[in-house]
Design a protein around this ligand. Structure first.
Ligand code: ATP
Length: 577
C-alpha cells in the first residue's frame, strides 16, 4: 500500500500497510493452531498404546516411535508459534510507531487556543494511552484470530467428530462466558477511561510542580503543592488498581464458566467407555476428548477477554480518530513570496464578547516595519496572534490579494512569529536556529548580537542549551529565538516584545540589522518601549478597543496618550536602561 493511499483515520489502512508481516503471521498461525491438535491426538494415542503394551498387544518400540513423532511435531508447532508471536509483535510495534508519529504531527498542528483549552500534557498523555490500548486491541485481535479462532474451530471439529451430541452439550458453556464478557465491558471501559483521565491529570500536576518549583518555594507553598500532588497521585493509583482488577480478574471467572461442561464429559464420556453411552469409546478417545475440551475451554476464556480488549480498542480509537487525520506537513504547504498586506475594518473579540479592537485598517508593503503599542492589556499580543490565523477575526486581512481567513498562515508560510515564550528546544545553539536546514549560523548570531557570547560557550554553536534554554540568560534566549525567526523569515514577521530583556544599545543595533536582513518582509514589532518607534514606517496605537494609525510624527500630533508615553520614556522618566 503506497503512502498516498494510506488513510490514517481508517483502522483497516494500518492492517493493509502491514500486509507482508500479516501474511507471515497467517501462515505461521495456521501451522501452529492446526498443529495444536497433535497434542490431544498423541496424548490419546499414547494412553491407548500404554494399555496395549500392558495387555501385551504392543511393544515398547511402538511407544518410542509415538513419543519421538510427538516431540518432532511439537517442536515444529512451537517454532511456528515463535515465528507468529515475533511477527505479531512486529506488527503491533510498527502500527504503534506509525500512529504515534501521526499523533505527534496532529498535536503540533493544533492551535495554541486548542492546546491551552485542555492542557497539552493532558491531551498527549491521554492520546498516547489511547494509541497503546488501540494497538493492544489490534495485536490481540491479530494473534487471537489464530490462537483462539482457528484453534477453537479445530478443537470443536475434533469434539464433534468423536461424539457430536456430547460435544454440543458441553460446548453450551463457552458462549455463556462470552455473554458475560459482553455484559462486563461497560465497567471495564469506564474504569479504563477514569484511569486515563487520572493519568493525564498526574502528568499535568508533575509538569506544574517541575516548571513552577521556584515560585512555590519562594512563596512557601511547597507543602500545599506536595499535598495536592499526593492527592493526585492517590487518585491515579486508585484508578490504576481498579482498572487493572477489572481488566485481569475476570479471566479466571470466564475460564471456570467455560470449563463447566467437563461434568457432562465425565458422566456421558464414562458411559461411552463403558459401552452404555451414545458412542463406543476407548480410554484413548476419552483422554483425547477431555484434553481437547480443556484446551477449547481455555481458548474460550481468551476469546471472552479478546472481546473486552477489542471493545476497549474501539473506544480508544473513537477518541483518537479526530487526531489521526494525517496532516500532510509539506504537501499542502504553499510558498509565499513578498507581497502586500491589506487590512480593512478588522476586529476581534474573545468568546466572552469583550471587543479587544475594532476597525483596524492599514496597508503595508515589503520592507515596512510597523510598531504596535498601547497600554498594558490593550490587545497587542492578541493582534499579533490574529495574523497567525489562530483567532477568527471580523473584517478582512489579505496577503497578496488572498484573504487569510481560514488559512493557517503559520503553516502556509506567510507568517513568522516570535511570541513571549521563546520556545527553545533542548538542543544545541546551532539546531535551535537552523532546525535541520543548512545555513551559516554565525551570520544569524551576529545579526542578533549573540555571536561573541556563543563563541565563549564551552562548545560554541554546538553547546547544548538545556530544556527550554534553561542554560541561557533571558536576553540570550530572546536573541537566540530571534535568530531562529529571521533565519526562517517569511513575508510577514511578527515579533512580540522581542527586545524586552535587552539593553538599549543592543536593541538599537539589532533593530538596525533587522532592517537590512528582512528588507523584503513586512515586520510588526509589538512593544511597550517606544524609543525606536520614530524609525518605524507606521505605528498602531491600541487602547480600549479603539485603534489609531499613522506615522510616529502623526500619532504624536493626533494621539495625546501616545505622545505622553513617548515623551515620558524619552525624557528618561521610565528609568529604563
Ligand atoms: N485566551 C483569552 N481569552 C479571553 N481573554 C483573553 C485571552 N487572552 C487574552 N485575553 C484578554 O485580552 C486582553 C488583551 O490581552 P493581550 O495579551 O492581547 O494584551 P497585551 O496588550 O498584549 O498585554 P501586555 O501589555 O500585558 O503584553 C486582556 O484583557 C486579556 O485578559
Amino acid at each position: 500500500m503506497s503512502e498516498k493511499n494510506f488513510k490514517s483515520d481508517r483502522i483497516l489502512s494500518y492492517f493493509k500497510k502491514e500486509w507482508l508481516v500479516l501474511l507471515i503471521v497467517t501462515v505461521s498461525g495456521l501451522i501452529y493452531n492446526i498443529g495444536l491438535l497433535a497434542g490431544p491426538l498423541f496424548e490419546g494415542k499414547m494412553t491407548g498404546c500404554l494399555i496395549d503394551i500392558l495387555n501385551g498387544n504392543k511393544q515398547f518400540a511402538d511407544m518410542l516411535t509415538l513419543v519421538l513423532l510427538y516431540i518432532l511435531i511439537t517442536a515444529a508447532v512451537q517454532s511456528s508459534r515463535y515465528i507468529k508471536r515475533f511477527y505479531v509483535r512486529r506488527f503491533a510495534n510498527n502500527v504503534n510507531k506509525r500512529m504515534k508519529e501521526i499523533l505527534y504531527v496532529s498535536l503540533v498542528h493544533k492551535s495554541r487556543p486548542q492546546l491551552h483549552e485542555e492542557s497539552a500534557g493532558t491531551i498527549l498523555t491521554k492520546a498516547i494511552l489511547d494509541v497503546d490500548d488501540c494497538v493492544e486491541g489490534m495485536r490481540k485481535f491479530t494473534t487471537e484470530i489464530f490462537d483462539t479462532g482457528v484453534a477453537l474451530l479445530a478443537y470443536a471439529c475434533m469434539l464433534l467428530f468423536y461424539d457430536w451430541k456430547l460435544a454440543l452439550l458441553c460446548m453450551i458453556f463457552p458462549p455463556v462466558s462470552y455473554i458475560m464478557a459482553e455484559k462486563m465491558k461497560f465497567i471495564i471501559q469506564t474504569s479504563g477511561a477514569k484511569y486515563k483521565e487520572q493519568s493525564g491529570a498526574l502528568s499535568t500536576a508533575t509538569l506544574d510542580i517541575a516548571s513552577n518549583a521556584i515560585t512555590y518555594r519562594v512563596f512557601g507553598r511547597e507543602q500545599q503543592r506536595r499535598d495536592a500532588y499526593e492527592e493526585s497521585l492517590t487518585a491515579y493509583e486508585k484508578s490504576a488498581v481498579k482498572a487493572n482488577i477489572w481488566n485481569t480478574s475476570l479471566t479466571s471467572v470466564y475460564r471456570v464458566i467455560s470449563m463447566a461442561g467437563v461434568i457432562f464429559i465425565l458422566y456421558f464420556g464414562g458411559r461411552n467407555v463403558l459401552g452404555t453411552g451414545w458412542s463406543a469409546w476407548s480410554i484413548a478417545t476419552f483422554t483425547t476428548f477431555v484434553s481437547c475440551f480443556t484446551k477449547l475451554s481455555v481458548k474460550s476464556s481468551s476469546a471472552a477477554k479478546l472481546f473486552n480488549a477489542v471493545h476497549k480498542a474501539q473506544v480508544s480509537w473513537k477518541r483518537i480518530k479526530p487526531l489521526m487525520r494525517m496532516k500532510n506537513d509539506d504537501g499542502d504547504r504553499k510558498t509565499y513570496y513578498a507581497g502586500e498586506l491589506e487590512v480593512s475594518n478588522m476586529g476581534f473579540s474573545y468568546p466572552d464578547g469583550k471587543v479587544i479592537f475594532d476597525g483596524v485598517s492599514f496597508t503595508a508593503a515589503p520592507g515596512e516595519i510597523i510598531g504596535i503599542t498601547g497600554p498594558v492589556a490593550c490587545g497587542k499580543s492578541t493582534l499579533g496572534k490574529v495574523f497567525l490565523g489562530e483567532y477568527p477575526y471580523r473584517g478582512s486581512i489579505k496577503f497578496s490579494g488572498e484573504e487569510m481567513k481560514g488559512v493557517d498562515s503559520t503553516k502556509n508560510g506567510i507568517v513568522a512569529y516570535l511570541g513571549h515564550d521563546c520556545e527553545l528546544f533542548d538542543d544545541t545553539v546551532r539546531n535551535n536556529i537552523l532546525m535541520g536546514d543548512d545555513g551559516d549560523v554565525n551570520y544569524y548570531l551576529k545579526m542578533v548580537c549573540l555571536d561573541k557570547e556563543v563563541a565563549l560557550m564551552e562548545n560554541g554553536v554546538d553547546t547544548l542549551i538545556g530544556s527550554s534554554g534553561v542554560r541561557l540568560s533571558g536576553g540570550q534566549a530572546q536573541r537566540l529565538a530571534l535568530a531562529r525567526t529571521i533565519c526562517h523569515k517569511k513575508p510577514v514577521i511578527i515579533l512580540d516584545d522581542p527586545f524586552s530583556a535587552l539593553d538599549k544599545d543592543t536593541e538599537k543595533q539589532i533593530f538596525k540589522n533587522l532592517g537590512e536582513m528582512v528588507s523584503d518582509s513586512i515586520v510588526m514589532i509589538i512593544s511597550h518601549r517606544l524609543y525606536l518607534f520614530p524609525q518605524m514606517n507606521k505605528v498602531i496605537w491600541l487602547n480600549d478597543g479603539k485603534t489609531e494609525l499613522g506615522s510616529h510624527d502623526e500619532l504624536i500630533e493626533k494621539c495625546s496618550e501616545y505622545a505622553l508615553l513617548y515623551n515620558g520614556q524619552n525624557g528618561g522618566g521610565t528609568g529604563e536602561k
